[in-house]
Ligand binder design. Structure first.
Ligand SMILES: Cc1cc2nc3c(=O)[nH]c(=O)nc-3n(C[C@H](O)[C@H](O)[C@H](O)COP(=O)(O)OP(=O)(O)OC[C@H]3O[C@@H](n4cnc5c(N)ncnc54)[C@H](O)[C@@H]3O)c2cc1C
Length: 391
C-alpha cells in the first residue's frame, strides 16, 4: 500500500507539474502551490534529451512534446564564421531516438499542466506556503498569498490549514522549502557568468543544436520548432551586474561582435529587447539527503547547475517520476524518501558537478582537481554516461 494519500507540491514548474501528474495518475491526491503561474514561464526554449523524454513517457506526454518540438540527433560545432567544424554523434544508450527534442518552454509547461489537471491534481496559483507544522504522521500547512520575490507573502485572514502526508519543494533555485529544511546552509552562488537567451525565427540551416566558441562567449543555437529557434550566449559578467533592459540589444551585439557570416546575420537581426532574456548563472548543490521527516526538495531546489549539459530540467522530471514511484511503492514515508534519494543522488550530482566543471573549462577558469578529472570525460563522455545509466 502507498505511503501517502495526499501530497503538497510547492512550485508548479517543470518538475512540480511532472510530480503532480505522476502522483495523481496513481490515485494520490495532490495540491500544487505555485507562486506566479504561467506568467513566470520565460518565453524561451530548452532541449529535452532522450532520458527526459523517457521520464515524460511515464506520465504520457512524450508524444505531445515531440509534436510540439523539433527533433535532432547529432550536435554540431561551428566556427565563429558559421562553418561546421565537427559533430558530436548521439550517445548510444537505453533511451532510443530521438536523442533530442527542442521545445518552447511555455508549450512544455502547458503540456505538463494539462496532464496534471487531467489526472486530477489541484493547481493553486498566486500562493506559497506560509507555515508548516509537522508531527509523526503528517504536516499541517497554511498557504498565503504570493506578493513577489522580494516582498513577504501575505497571510490570508481566517485561512485554514490543510493536512498532507508529504510536502515537496519543487520551488527552484531560491527554494523556500530548502530554506525551511536547512536554513542558510545552501545559498545560490553566482558563477561569474550569465546567459543571454534570444528567441528568433529558425534559420533553414539550423537543424540541430550547434555550439560556437568565441572569445569570451559560448553560443548555443537550438531549434525549437519548424519556425523558431533561440540563441543562448554564455558570457563572463564580472560583479553580477543588473543590466538595464534598454541596453540588452546593444550588449548582445557587443558580445557577438566576433561572429561573421551567417552568425553575424543572426546577430544583426536582433533588434528588440523583448526577444532577450538575461539570467545570471548561479549554482547550489545539496549533498546531504534532500529531505527531513516528511518534507523533501527536488529539481533545481536541490541541485541547480549551469546549463552546460542541457540536463537540469531532465533531472527535475527524473526526480519527479522516481519520487512518485517511491511514494507509491513503499508503505512508509521514511523508507520511500530514503530509497528515492539513494536512487537519484549520484546521477543528479554528477550532472551538477560536471556542468559546473565544463563552464569553468570552456571559459578558461581554474578548476579543482576533481573537476579536472571530470572534464576529461568531455561532453560526449558525460552524455554517454547519462544515456547508458538508468535513472
Ligand atoms: C540558460 C538556461 C538554459 C537551460 N537549458 C536547459 C535545457 O536545454 N535542458 C534542460 O533539461 N534544462 C535546462 N535548463 C535547466 C532548467 O531550466 C531547470 O533545471 C528546470 O527549470 C528546473 O525545474 P524545477 O521545476 O526544479 O524548477 P523551476 O523551473 O525553477 O520551477 C520552480 C517553480 O516554483 C515556483 N516557485 C518558486 N518559489 C516559490 C514559492 N516560494 N512558492 C510557490 N512557488 C514558488 C516558480 O514560480 C516556478 O514555477 C536551463 C537553465 C538555464 C538557466
Amino acid at each position: 500500500m502507498s505511503a501517502v494519500r495526499k501530497v503538497l507540491v510547492q512550485g508548479g514548474g517543470i518538475g512540480g507539474l511532472t510530480l503532480a501528474a505522476a502522483l495523481a495518475q496513481r490515485g494520490i491526491e495532490v495540491d500544487v502551490a505555485e507562486a506566479t503561474g504561467s506568467a513566470s514561464v520565460l518565453g524561451v526554449g530548452l532541449n529535452q534529451p532522450n532520458n527526459a523524454l523517457a521520464a515524460l513517457e511515464e506520465i504520457g506526454v512524450r508524444g505531445s512534446c515531440l509534436e510540439s518540438g523539433f527533433q535532432f540527433e547529432p550536435l554540431g560545432i561551428w566556427n565563429t564564421a558559421g562553418a561546421e567544424v565537427a559533430t558530436i554523434p548521439p550517445p548510444e544508450g537505453r533511451y532510443g531516438q530521438p536523442s533530442n527534442n527542442g521545445i518552447a518552454r511555455p508549450l512544455y509547461t502547458s503540456i505538463l499542466r494539462a496532464a496534471a489537471e487531467k489526472a486530477g491534481a489541484n493547481i493553486i496559483t498566486g500562493v506559497t506556503i506560509w507555515e508548516m507544522t509537522e508531527d509523526h504522521d503528517g504536516i499541517d500547512v497554511e498557504l498565503a498569498t504570493w506578493t513577489g520575490k522580494r516582498t513577504p507573502a501575505l497571510r490570508q485572514d481566517g485561512a485554514a490549514s490543510s493536512r498532507y502526508d508529504v510536502v515537496v519543494g519543487f520551488d527552484g533555485l531560491r527554494s523556500r522549502v530548502r530554506e525551511h529544511l536547512f536554513a542558510d546552509a545552501y545559498t545560490p552562488t553566482f558563477t561569474g557568468f550569465a546567459c543571454w537567451r534570444i528567441r528568433m525565427p529558425r534559420s533553414a540551416d539550423l537543424t540541430q543544436v550547434v555550439f560556437v566558441m568565441g572569445k569570451d562567449v559560448k553560443a548555443v543555437l537550438t531549434p525549437i520548432s519548424d519556425d523558431e529557434m533561440y540563441i543562448a550566449l554564455v558570457t563572463p559578467e564580472p560583479g553580477n551586474p543588473r543590466h538595464d533592459p534598454v541596453d540588452f540589444v546593444r550588449l548582445v551585439h557587443e558580445r557577438m561582435r566576433d561572429f561573421t557570416g551567417p552568425l553575424a546575420e543572426l546577430r544583426d537581426s536582433i533588434t528588440d529587447a523583448g526577444q532577450i532574456n538575461y539570467t545570471p548563472l548561479e549554482h547550489v548543490t545539496v549533498r546531504e539527503p534532500w529531505f527531513r521527516g516528511r518534507i523533501a526538495i527536488a529539481g533545481d531546489a536541490a541541485h541547480t547547475s549551469p546549463p552546460h549539459l542541457a540536463q537540469g530540467a531532465a533531472m527535475a522530471v527524473e526526480d519527479a517520476v522516481t519520487l512518485a514511484a517511491a511514494l507509491a511503492e513503499h508503505s512508509a514515508v521514511p523508507a520511500a524518501l530514503d530509497a528515492w534519494f539513494a536512487r537519484r543522488r549520484d546521477r543528479a550530482l554528477f550532472v551538477a558537478d560536471m556542468s559546473l566543471a565544463l563552464l569553468k573549462q570552456e571559459m578558461g577558469r581554474e578548476m579543482a582537481p576533481d573537476e579536472g578529472q571530470l572534464v576529461k570525460l568531455g561532453i560526449p563522455g558525460a552524455l554517454t554516461r547519462l544515456a547508458q545509466e538508468a535513472y
